[in-house]
Design a protein around this ligand. Structure first.
Ligand SMILES: [Zn+2]
Length: 434
């Protein structure tokens, strides 16, 4: 290589580094980005309209009302929309589902939710505009994300880029408190996943301490366990003897300590959150309250422990549960224990396909001039709807608005994150659906 060619290569690299945005978007993509920007004031108004309607999960009328607004948006872009009712006994509003069918590119599933944690009695101000940031009920979790999703589609629509694509959009009405039975509450989401190749979820975009953006293609399960112990009661003076044994409280303590000693590994946690023990011990899960009767001079007959369990892969979960059952079964004399498990959210295990999807999103972001997107540590992202689709298709979450204080009195959102998020998402969707 001659020195002049070398110099040309260096120059080209320097130019690319200083003008990443202009160089990397195609003409259509630039039109899409421009369309997002043109609608930014409109997007903020749409956000305000939906945020001002209280849609706490248990406020079914409010959830439906928000759904009606989003449905009209999707109707106007040529989607087939329907409202999915849940059985009345579930006491949930239902979900908004929208689809369009075409013959090109990847079939995408886009996920949002209509409900918030702020129920009707919440004293948090519904909408508090503050210039660059707004505060309000569900602004970042996730009415901002819903708007990002819709504005991305709106820009694609205006550029004619939705034509011949296959997209499913689902806005669930009970993400914050999933209705029971869960199989029914999430049947439509799972069905949509089975008919799609990839999923994008628009929960809030996360940021590193240093400011870099992050998205998630892996996260841990959520679930819990109940340990129930019974033992032979007797006079305390006889404890440790062959005839009396150790009682239910020592047995529970042995089991918990053995969990801690032999099970700790990366991405696995199993926190005991409540324990009751004595002659009689009861725990009520609905009120998260326990009571016990016992005396110092009596060997405990009953104990119960409630805990949670989180793991990153189904294999890790099965291995942990097997080892926990083994420990539980190795009872002290005259004691007997059982353990049961429930999994409320399946894990989203890290996969190559998930990592590639993040890479494509990061590339779209960089090409649009917004910088790279990193992978969020799976341990730090709370449970979400995307986990129900993860067993079927690769999925990426965190494409929504950027904010802080989700679920608290101080929930707020960066206004500019709507435009930024919509441009990134629209370009990614555009590329995936060619
Ligand atoms: Zn959420």
């Amino acid at each position: 290589m001659t020195s002049s060619i070398l110099r040309a290569v260096f120059l080209a690299a320097a130019v690319a580094a200083s003008f990443p945005a202009l160089a990397q978007l195609t003409e259509t993509e630039q039109r899409i980005a421009t369309a997002v920007k043109a609608r930014s004031p409109e997007a903020l108004r749409l956000l305000e309209r939906t945020v001002r309607i209280n849609s706490g999960t248990m406020n079914a009328a409010g959830v439906r009302e928000v759904g009606t607004i989003l449905r009209a948006e999707l109707d106007s872009m040529g989607f087939q929309t329907r409202w999915v009712e849940m059985p009345p006994a579930m006491k949930r509003a239902g979900h908004l589902v929208a689809t369009r069918k075409g013959g090109q590119g990847k079939r995408l599933l886009l996920i949002g939710h209509l409900d918030t944690v702020f129920e009707l009695e919440s004293t948090v101000v519904p909408w508090d505009p503050g210039g660059e940031r707004v505060r309000g009920q569900g602004v970042s979790d996730m009415k901002g994300g819903n708007v990002v999703l819709l504005e991305a589609l709106r820009a694609l629509h205006s550029a004619g880029a939705l034509d011949n694509t296959t997209l499913s959009v689902i806005f669930t009405g009970d993400e914050e408190r999933v209705g029971a039975p869960q199989e029914v509450a999430r049947a439509d989401l799972v069905e949509a996943a089975k008919a799609s190749d990839l999923a994008l979820a628009f929960e809030a975009s996360a940021r590193r301490r240093g400011g870099g953006h992050m998205a998630s293609y892996a996260r841990r399960s959520a679930g819990g366990w109940t340990l129930t112990v019974t033992a032979r009661p007797g006079h305390s003076g006889g404890v440790f003897s062959e005839t009396s044994g150790y009682g239910a409280i020592y047995e529970a303590a042995r089991i918990l300590d053995e969990f801690r000693r032999s099970l700790i590994e990366p991405n696995l946690t199993f926190n005991p959150g409540a324990i009751v023990g004595g002659t009689n011990a009861r725990y009520d899960a609905d009120s998260a309250t326990g009571n016990a009767f016992g005396k110092n001079n009596v060997i405990a007959r009953e104990a119960q422990v409630r805990g949670d369990l989180r793991y990153l892969t189904a294999e890790q979960g099965e291995r942990a549960k097997a080892r926990m059952r083994e420990i539980v079964a190795a009872s002290l004399p005259h004691a007997k224990a059982t353990i049961t498990f429930v999994e409320t959210y399946p894990p989203q295990a890290p996969t190559e396909a998930g990592a590639r999807l993040l890479e494509e999103y990061s590339k779209a972001s960089q090409d649009a001039g917004f910088g790279p997107i990193g992978a969020m540590d799976p341990a730090f992202r709370g449970a979400g709807d995307v986990q129900f689709v993860a067993p079927y298709i690769p999925a990426l979450d965190g494409l929504g608005a950027s904010g802080s204080g989700a679920h608290t009195d101080f929930e707020e959102m960066e206004v500019a994150s709507i435009e930024r998020g919509a441009i990134r998402a629209a370009i990614l969707i555009h590329r995936l659906t060619r």
